[in-house]
Design a binder for this molecule. Sequence first.
Ligand code: PLP
Length: 260
Amino acid sequence: MKIARALTIAGSDSGGGAGIQADLKTFQELDVFGMSALTAITAQNTKEVTGIYELPPEAVAKQIDAVVTDIGVDAAKTGMISSIPILEIIAAKVKEHRIHHLVIDPVMISKSGAALLKEEARHALKRLLIPLAEVVTPNLPETEVLTGITPDTEEKRKEAARRIVEMGARSVVIKGGHLRGEKAVDLFFDGETFEYLTAPRIKTRHTHGTGCTFSAALTAELAKGRPLPEAVRTAKEYITAAIRHPLELGGGHGPVNHWA
Ligand code: PLP
């Protein structure tokens, strides 16, 4: 049986709600064969991150080489990448293996407040990785860090989206989850046209892993060969369903529900 293949290059969340674990669960639900290249291990639950252990850059490179050269990768995503040397090696490997369908989730800070990307690595993320992206998926705080624009109006969000495409990304989805209001509205820009993706806002604090899950769903759909606008819409539907019936686990931000 033929199956689409997706690779996540990201950090491990021992709590199973975000990171590599969220990505692999999402791939599985969307009928895609999931593979992983770990960049870091976090000791984490729904309440806090209690430890971050980076892997050596060489270990990241070897994992990517191993899966690409044998199994093959139809689409890949990046999540937590904490340091400049790891960013550099991922950018080099994406180019070497010509990974065309690349989703970049510019993970910076967890909901529980832990810095997942070192501050000094922000510039390298913009310079090295964003130009390789088919699509970048920042939330509003990440949009502000990437562009220097406070995205508090529709016009400013559009300006920020243009700025991210000018950095070399082929497209961007600015996620509106941090906005207030009745609807959760994301802005998709492919370099030419803007599209709004709208879903009802679900009032819950159990949103641990939403960013990872959204970008993983997008990656899964691209791996299956879906056109980008369709992949973005399916990812939005997936994440909306996953937030609607949160799992009652742990005492903090509970994980999204992949069975929803
Ligand atoms: N831990 C890891 C390893 C992650 O990759 C991420 C997000 O990308 C998080 C934690 C943050 O998850 P959240 O902010 O949804 O709680």
